[in-house]
Design a protein around this ligand. Structure first.
Ligand code: ZN
Ligand code: ZN
Length: 143
C-alpha cells in the first residue's frame, strides 16, 4: 500500500501518541485513532462499521476491549449521553458538549468548569473529582 506523505506523517504521529500512553501499537488501534481524529465523537457501532473495510474479522468485543484499554491509559474518553449511545473521543483539554437532540450531532465547546466545581463544593460537603457537561438543543442544520 502506498501512503502519501501526509498519511505517513499522521501515521507516525498516531504511533507516537499511542506509545506515549504505554499502549501497544497495532494496525487496529492506529485505525481507531485515525477514525476518532477524523470524526471526533464516534459510537462503538459506528467504529465497528468503519473498521469493517480494513478488518472484516474484527469483532465488536475486540473493539470494546481496545477502547477499554485505551480509556484506562487516558488516551480516550467515553462521553455518556442522555437518550443516545455513548460516544468515544480522543482525550483532550476540558470541554463541554453541545448535543443536537434532533440529529445527534456533537460539538466540543471549550469550557473551564472550575468555577462551577468550587461553587458546588462550597455549597455542599462534597469533594468533586469528576464532571461532565452536556448541553442539549438543536443544531443550525436542524433548526
Ligand atoms: Zn441536528
Ligand atoms: Zn468532545
Amino acid at each position: 500500500m502506498m501512503l502519501s506523505i501526509d498519511e505517513r506523517e499522521s501515521l507516525m504521529d498516531y504511533v507516537t501518541q499511542l506509545q506515549s500512553h504505554q499502549l501497544k501499537v497495532t494496525p487496529q488501534r492506529l485505525e481507531i485513532v485515525d477514525i476518532l481524529t477524523r470524526y471526533g465523537h464516534v459510537s462503538i457501532e459506528e467504529l465497528y462499521a468503519k473498521l469493517q473495510d480494513k478488518f472484516p474479522t474484527l469483532s465488536l468485543a475486540t473493539i470494546y476491549k481496545n477502547l477499554k484499554m485505551m480509556q484506562e491509559r487516558s488516551f480516550l474518553s467515553e462521553v455518556k449521553l442522555a437518550h443516545q449511545k455513548s460516544v468515544f473521543e480522543l482525550q483532550k483539554e476540558e470541554h463541554a458538549h453541545l448535543v443536537c437532540s434532533s440529529c445527534g450531532a456533537i460539538v466540543d465547546i471549550s469550557l473551564d468548569a472550575s468555577t462551577l466545581i468550587s461553587y458546588a463544593q462550597s455549597k455542599s460537603s462534597y469533594t468533586i473529582d469528576y464532571s461532565t457537561i452536556n448541553l442539549y438543543g438543536t443544531c443550525a442544520k436542524c433548526q
